[in-house]
Design a protein around this ligand. Sequence first.
Ligand SMILES: *Cc1c(COP(=O)(O)O)cnc(C)c1O
Length: 391
Amino acid sequence: MNKLNHLLTELELLKKEGRYRPLTVWDSAADTWMELGCRRILQLSSNNYLGLTNHPDMKKAAIEAIEEYGVGSGSVRTITGTLRIHEVLEQELAAFKGTEAALVFQSGFTTNQGILGSMLGQEDIVISDELNHASIIDGIRLTKANRAIFAHKNLDQLEEHLKASGSYRSRVVVTDGVFSMDGDIAPLPEIVELAERYDAIVYVDDAHASGVLGRNGKGSADHFNLHGRVHIQVGTLSKAIGAVGGYMAGSQLLKDFLIHKARPFLFSTSQPPAVAATCLAAIRVLQSSSDRMERLWSNTEYFRGKVRSLGFDTGQSETPIIPIIVGTPEKTMQFSDRLLQEGIFAQGIVYPTVALDKGRVRLIITANHTIEDLDFALDRLELAGKQFGLL
Ligand SMILES: *Cc1c(COP(=O)(O)O)cnc(C)c1O
């Protein structure tokens, strides 16, 4: 008897539902065109919004940091794993975000786990948008805090939960800044107003907003001019910033607390120095010029306008994340496969990540796509869209 047979059963189920996927193994660097075996494929599903993964300043920073500090940090942050480069990165992140302090974690995922998992107890309540990212959901699972979920961006439901939460020690409203499956933006001004009325803490996860929204990519609080009114901002260094890591931007008090209590910070080794140096270089690139962000947004407007005028359903998209709604899981994965045959990588996203009939390919436009790239994609999408009865 194989003791892991139940895993096989679950995998068989995924296969039956058309959701079993081997990993796609790319043969070149993360870029707009990537090699897949001997084919060149136009990448439309990477989070490399600003094209920074290959930026010469960042590569140089990484190489120099390796020469100076070696390849590993040697320990968790609280023992010997805080190098000067980590400290400088945090100072510049706080200055960039306009907050008192910033604290860097190994990833956006561990940032949410570290903060949510440590700051809340059974006297508290966390109120969360139903479409929040898995790392927020898992972070909440780590706490003994009470939970309430509101329907996606439903402010009435949020208010009902806030109204009913008066007896708790603290109330925390958690939302993604940009939602990763639909590319829509959280109604942050309204959330902040409600939170102020009911004395709640506002927690925004800006993973898809870092480097995308706000002046020079400062995120959704800056985008909506809510300075000082969002208590906890989480950013990622793994998407637009082009390397890997996550951070909290907020108060010095919260930072001090997390240094002592956040478990990924205490029990998992810190970012390698080359990664910290790369992130620092990226923040400097962002601050030195807004050219990349301008290209990101002009590409996005161009592409979304054309996709919509072809007749595709792009849902609620208002950012460079542009879903094309296809339908059932089977049809969605077939559409994605068809596009790959045509030379485009467009990740299929299906139930249970999204509703059963709302399977979609999720496209992400970047600053480095050229108009020719986008026109090529539009041409192929039109062809495949007609074949699949989407147009
Ligand atoms: C991608 C993402 C994360 C995880 O960030 P990593 O740095 O990749 O771990 C967290 N929250 C949201 C909303 C995300 O989209």
